[in-house]
Write a protein that binds this ligand. Structure first.
Ligand code: NDP
Ligand code: PYR
Ligand code: MG
Length: 591
């Protein structure tokens, strides 16, 4: 029986099977269910084309009332549906009407998640066609609230949970996932979810949300995407006491225990899916994130979205903004509030790009960039007590304790918030930026909206409408002195879907910093004069699929150039090729 099951899984057809698997009377007993005595185990095996009732309950194939008359006949659906036949467009209109009736964003989130579980193509059609309206629901800010309440919201698993209980069995756990051809994994350990801190196992909302963007914005097939949460416990006391908490009820494992589990995971992923699966690390705390990236960057196709994706999107915004604020990149000086993954990741990529442009060593270009952490400006006298990733930023300067004094001392042209702490760009800080810059560039990157360093309104009013402003979570357009300003969304969502697509279509085996620069360049190139005129430094998200194709093509081109691509021959037109590889959510016709 064991062998029979294996052959079935490996694709052998029932007709190819050993004739011994039939019982008297010519009745096939391929699963051994009839032969087994009552005390023997049988396998609940199904091997069928989804039809009838099960077809309606299969989100990947369900079309609801859009099943045609012919499909209703051939797929045993007669009577299981009311008589009306609706087009996908009409279903979309109906769903949008009902989602718009909810006042509470979390209700919209639940409605969308239920739709995804019911009818995956319709879910993606909605998301693709209404990206600007629905992104704030499936992504920041609402996804943050969903993670905080994930225990109460949880109905069905949307990804794989790998906890300390699965130590020694991670390969088996991966094999429990129903899909075999995985191209992208987004994995979190839940320790730094947006700017909301340690949400433990409830961080699952983030890989789920990121991967829905991989499909909607980047065109990766949903079946090729795998959300994973690694649960090593949580230090969030509130969750540990919450009766609905879905994770391990213990404090976080650290040190060797943590790294052994992560190593088993990384090895199992490579063994199960091969070398070319993209592993995106998401929302790990910085004490693990940098180390994991350095450790696995040479053996796996890994990408840390918070360090690298964020760097790429912010560099693109800064480069585009030069058209508005003038000068070259190296003419500007940068001050960050927050010197963690996002802050130092962005700083390093800006320094690298400056170094390439000016042909000066990166050690020199770093001197244009200053960072403030929770203890004040990072300066050389603090060097011995700094974490490694901060050390390159410890420049010669006297100690400065707070942001306002640092702004006054450094006089940056660009101010970037990556602290995870809301309202830290105070009125005084914004006014100081406006006092010595004609057009200060202010980026408040922290998510969700509650953690944004300032609002769009605060940035525009505090600078009398002179600021160029972008934020990690979206803000509505703001009218000041009769002019409407459209704040840009400086979020790695612009980058990672196209970046991942570029890796996949080129068969890249490693990520290289030059690919991040390539992605950034492609994004900056998509901002039009019309966008600039409205104060925007990013193109509208409504064009995101086109933008993702451009990013994918630039990233793939770089992978070929660096000899890191394995898919040969190289397609001549990479943009067209990227577009042709993209998943579309229109219904398929069933034979
Ligand atoms: N827009 C986007 O695309 C992205 C946005 N983010 C957002 O950026 C934020 C930070 O993420 P990440 O870099 O990963 O987090 P980290 O924890 O790695 O870094 C946070 C940094 O902020 C500093 N900090 C915290 N509180 C203060 C304070 N009151 N004053 C000054 N500095 C402070 C910390 O200081 P210390 O080192 O001393 O503890 C640390 O250097 C999050 O809100 C996240 O949502 C992240 C990725 C992408
Ligand atoms: C956007 C993102 O990745 C973050 O806030 O962590
Ligand atoms: Mg993140």
């Amino acid at each position: 029986m064991e062998n029979t099951m294996k052959e079935m899984r490996d694709g052998a057809s029932v007709l190819d099977m050993d004739p011994k698997s039939t019982v008297g009377g010519g009745v096939e007993d391929v699963y051994g269910e009839d032969r087994a005595s009552e005390d023997q185990f049988v396998t609940p095996w199904t091997f069928s084309v989804a039809s009838g009732y099960s077809l309606l309950r299969d989100p990947r194939h369900n079309k609801g009332l859009a099943f045609t008359e012919r499909e209703r006949d051939t797929h045993y659906l007669r009577g299981l549906l009311p008589p009306a036949v609706l087009s996908q467009e009409l279903q979309e209109k109906k769903l949008m009407n009902s989602i718009r009736q909810y006042q509470v964003p979390l209700q919209k989130y639940s409605a969308l998640m239920e739709l995804e579980e019911r009818n995956e193509r319709l879910f993606y059609k909605l998301l693709i066609d209404h990206v600007e309206e629905l992104l704030p629901i499936v992504y920041t800010p609402t996804v943050g609230e969903a993670c905080q309440k994930y225990g109460s919201l949880f109905k069905r698993p949307q990804g794989l949970y790998i906890s300390l209980k699965e130590k020694g069995k991670i390969l088996e756990v991966l094999r429990n996932w129903p899909e075999r051809s995985i191209q992208v994994i987004v994995v979190t350990d839940g320790e730094r979810i947006l700017g909301l801190g340690d949400l433990g196992c409830q961080g699952m909302g983030i890989p789920v949300g990121k991967l829905s963007l991989y499909t909607a914005l980047g065109g990766l097939r949903p079946s090729a995407c795998l959300p994973i949460t690694i649960d090593v416990g949580t230090n969030n006391e509130q969750l540990l006491k919450d009766e609905f908490y879905i994770g391990l009820r213990q404090r976080r494992a650290t040190g060797q225990e943590y790294y052994e589990l992560l190593h088993e995971f990384m090895s199992a992923v490579k063994q199960n899916y091969g070398e070319k699966v993209v592993i995106q690390f998401e929302d790990f705390a910085n004490h693990n994130a940098f180390e994991l990236l350095a450790k696995y960057g040479t053996t796996h196709l890994v990408f840390n979205d918070d360090i690298q994706g964020t760097a790429s999107v912010v560099l693109a915004g800064v480069v585009a903004a030069l058209k508005l604020i003038g000068g070259k990149l190296a003419d500007h000086s940068f001050l960050f509030l927050g010197a963690g993954e996002a802050g130092t990741g962005i700083a390093e990529l800006i320094a690298l790009e400056m170094s390439k442009q000016t042909k000066s060593p990166v050690e020199e270009t770093r001197k244009k960039i200053w960072l403030v952490d929770s203890k004040g400006l990072i300066v050389s006298s603090r060097k011995d007590s700094l974490q490694n990733f901060k050390k390159p930023w410890a420049h010669e300067h006297e100690p400065v304790n707070n942001l306002l004094d640092a702004v006054k001392a450094i006089k940056p042209t660009v101010l970037i918030g990556s602290s995870g702490v809301g309202r830290t760009f105070t009125k005084e800080v914004i006014e100081a930026m406006a006092s010595f810059n004609e057009k200060p560039l202010i980026m408040a990157l922290s998510n969700p909206t509650s953690q944004s360093e300032c609002t769009a309104e605060e940035a525009y009013t505090g600078t009398q409408g002179r600021a160029i402003f972008a934020s990690g979570s979206p803000f509505d357009p703001f009218e000041y002195n009769g002019k409407v300003f459209i704040p840009g969304q400086s979020n790695n969502a612009y980058i990672f879907p196209g970046f991942g697509l570029g890796l996949v279509i080129s068969g890249a085996i490693r990520v290289h910093d030059d690919m991040l620069l390539a992605a950034s360049e492609a994004l900056a190139g998509q901002v039009t004069k019309e966008n600039f005129d409205k104060g925007m430094i990013y193109p509208p998200l409504s064009n995101i699929r086109k933008i993702s194709a451009e990013i994918a093509a630039n990233v793939a081109a770089k992978a070929y150039e660096l000899g890191l691509a394995t898919r040969l021959p190289r397609p001549a037109n990479l943009v067209k090729y990227a577009e042709s590889c993209m998943y579309t959510p229109v219904y398929r016709t069933y034979r």
